[in-house]
Ligand binder design. Sequence first.
Ligand code: HEC
Length: 175
Amino acid sequence: MSTRIRLALALAPFVLFAAGCGSGEKAQPQPAADPAAAPAAAVSDAPDPAVMAAGQEGYAICQTCHQAEGQGVPGTYPPLAGSEYATGPADRMIAIVLHGMTGPITVNGQTYNNVMAPWGALADDQLAATITYVRNSFGNKASAVTAADVAAVRQATASRTTAWTVAELEAATLR
Ligand code: HEC
């Protein structure tokens, strides 16, 4: 064995060790970058600020009854803050806003028996923004809604001409 080969063999573990360290160093910034990426992911989960701004404007309509903080009016207008209808399945809330509601409904443990007019005359994107705003305001945290979501529920419920009762809403196919 030549001196050169012997030297190479003797150095090999150090070379591999160094290479291992090198790749270790390369891998390290990734876990280190994760804590920085986590808030970014959380932000991308949050609704688009432009959509929230449009939704806040759209909410002016709803605010007349459901009030500035979504707290509603006891005995008359149910709250949107903490409401399972506002934070539950997006399609169900879309359907309520498109066609309105009537009859007894229990929200946050209180029963209301009133009528909400339909808002289906408004455009898909305006409704989507307003619904997204409600689902992510007043302490609510729920999935954003797109204009395509509104369009899909609008199409699936197109034959509907009256406000929903809770029972009808539960039985309906919304997509
Ligand atoms: C003129 C008053 C009025 C306006 C304006 C109004 N609502 Fe309602 N809303 C009601 C009433 C009353 C009910 C309950 C109906 C019932 O008793 O069956 C209701 C029920 C609801 C519910 C289901 C119950 C709950 O509290 O979660 C949702 C969701 C809702 N409204 C969202 C909206 C959104 C979003 C807007 C704006 C696009 C809006 N409403 C505009 C009066 C109104």
